[in-house]
Design a protein around this ligand. Structure first.
Ligand code: NDP
Ligand code: 2IT
Length: 447
């Protein structure tokens, strides 16, 4: 396969989709060798079929705000690939959402879901609607209007949406409610549902906890303990908060958080009490991390409109906000400060230049599609519970989550270990994920 020709062709066909092209380039580059090992792949033109989504559904969402004004947003669902299971992936509501971002996320999701060991294909959806600053009623009306367009395209064995940025329990609840009303069926078509109507225990915690479990597996390969280590976290949403919660319970020090307005750095690490305060500000009041900084000027510094990476001294970084939030300069600053492990909670948070820096430095570096797969894994477990109409205990789900993260780590090591022992987790994750989806696509014929 000629990687350059392949990518050049995609660039011509999808010129305005930089995030999508970035995600594809990383995967295609790292699987090129294994792709060429099996001529059947090229005969089936498999790579092109795997990189271009099965279909994209795009629609207008019209809703009425609290002032009676009619508002219009764009809605999307990218159904990328269902070779190994029904389409599965989150919904993102954020003003930055566009087709390129959702195509990159659906593409990544296909590989991530393949790694989970569960039967799930890849998808992603969303809207450029931002829940921030909207009333509950506005959010509800928007969610209903969104699902009014989407409900025919999804189903428990067709496509199962969940949360992502801007979509948590509240939004999933409203979307599920309208879906149920339209279909008149109570099925597990969304995951991340409330515990009273089919949600799984540990789903809210799963992405953050899973990332810490993955990190523990990585650290074990070098005989390093997590206790006492300083960990820089970015974001302060679902993934960041549960990452920090698990880190604190294991004796690590959490030295930063951020949101889209800025970052807080707490050089000695937050206490449990301080963490509880941040948790409350973010989850109960939907507030800003700056509010915490205002209350604790002696222990905490606020960096307005900045990311934490150049301001923290840390051993480990866990970027958990959004794509491309850690660039080459940030990576060099982290390495300079002694950072020896990066485990990504967000999807594609590190730019290609940053990834390159981490890999050149031979530190432990885990890409999001491996490290943050715990969220969708427990979504898969929620689907399993829903179809059996039973509920597993928190211990049971947590135990399965630990096993799945260990399994994903083993797959990365199996396909990413180099002579000399260094594990290239990017190549490992991409190769393991690709081979499974590719085998299934070949077996099912050309469609
Ligand atoms: P939330 O909406 O709960 O939190 C997102 C956090 O990131 C918020 O602190 C938000 O700040 C910040 N953020 C969002 N966009 C930007 C931006 N453009 N610039 C700076 N900060 C930003 O989302 P999640 O925690 O669920 O998602 C975080 C990341 O994890 C995303 O990359 C998502 O795709 C990924 N992920 C999520 C999973 C899940 O199960 N939820 C599973 C796997 C990955 P603000 O409050 O100011 O908007
Ligand atoms: O990026 C992700 O893996 C998610 N947002 C979770 C998807 C899911 O279906 O639980």
């Amino acid at each position: 396969m000629n990687v350059k020709l392949f990518l050049d062709d995609l660039r011509v066909r999808f010129p305005n989709e930089p995030e999508y092209l970035q995600a594809v380039e990383e995967v295609v580059t790292s699987i090129a060798d294994v792709y060429d090992t099996y001529p059947v792949f090229e005969r089936y033109n498999l790579l092109e079929r795997l990189c271009i989504p099965d279909r994209v559904i795009m629609f207008r969402v019209s809703w009425v705000d609290d002032n009676g004004k009619v508002r219009n947003n764009m809605g999307y669902r990218v159904q990328h690939n269902n070779a190994i299971g029904p389409y599965k992936g989150g919904i993102r509501f954020h003003s930055s959402v566009n087709l390129s971002i959702l195509k990159f996320l659906a593409f990544e999701q296909t590989f991530k879901n393949s790694l989970t060991t569960l039967a799930m294909g890849g998808a992603k959806g969303g809207s450029d609607f931002s829940p921030r600053g909207k009333s509950d009623m506005e959010v509800m009306r928007f969610c209903q209007a969104f699902v009014n367009e989407l409900w025919r395209q999804i189903g428990p064995d067709t496509d199962v949406p969940a949360g992502d940025i801007g979509v948590g329990g509240r939004e999933v609840g409203y979307m599920y409610g309208w879906y149920k009303k339209m279909t008149r069926e109570f099925t597990g078509t969304f995951t991340g549902k409330g515990l009273d109507f089919g949600g799984s225990l540990i789903r809210p915690e799963a992405t953050g906890y899973g990332n810490v479990y993955f990190l523990l597996n990585m650290l074990a390969t070098r005989g390093i303990s997590l206790e006492g280590k300083k960990v820089a976290v970015s974001g302060s949403g679902n993934v960041a908060l549960y990452t920090a919660q698990k880190l604190l319970s294991l004796g690590a020090k959490v030295v930063s958080f951020s949101d889209s307005d800025g970052s807080i750095v707490i050089p000695e690490g937050v206490s449990q009490e301080q963490f509880d305060e941040i948790f409350e500000i973010k989850t109960l009041y939907r507030g800003r991390v700056s509010e915490f900084a205002e209350r604790h000027p002696d222990t905490c510094t606020y960096y307005r409109r900045e990311r934490p990476w150049r301001h923290v001294a840390c051993d480990i970084a866990m970027p958990s906000a959004t794509q491309n939030e850690l660039d080459g300069d940030d990576a060099r600053a982290l390495l300079q400060a002694g950072c020896f492990a990066v485990s990504e909670g967000a999807n594609m948070p590190s730019t290609p230049e940053a990834v390159d820096e981490f890999q050149k430095a031979r530190i432990l570096y885990a890409p999001g599609k491996a490290a943050n797969a715990g969220g969708v894994s427990v979504s898969g477990l929620e689907m399993a519970q829903n179809s059996q109409k039973i509920r597993w205990t928190a211990e049971d789900v947590d135990c399965r989550l630990r096993d799945i993260m260990a399994d994903i780590h083993s797959q990365c090591v199996e396909y990413g270990k180099e002579d000399g022992g260094y594990v290239d987790y990017v190549r490992g994750a991409n190769t393991a994920a690709f081979l499974k989806v590719a085998r299934a696509m070949i077996a099912q014929g050309i469609m």
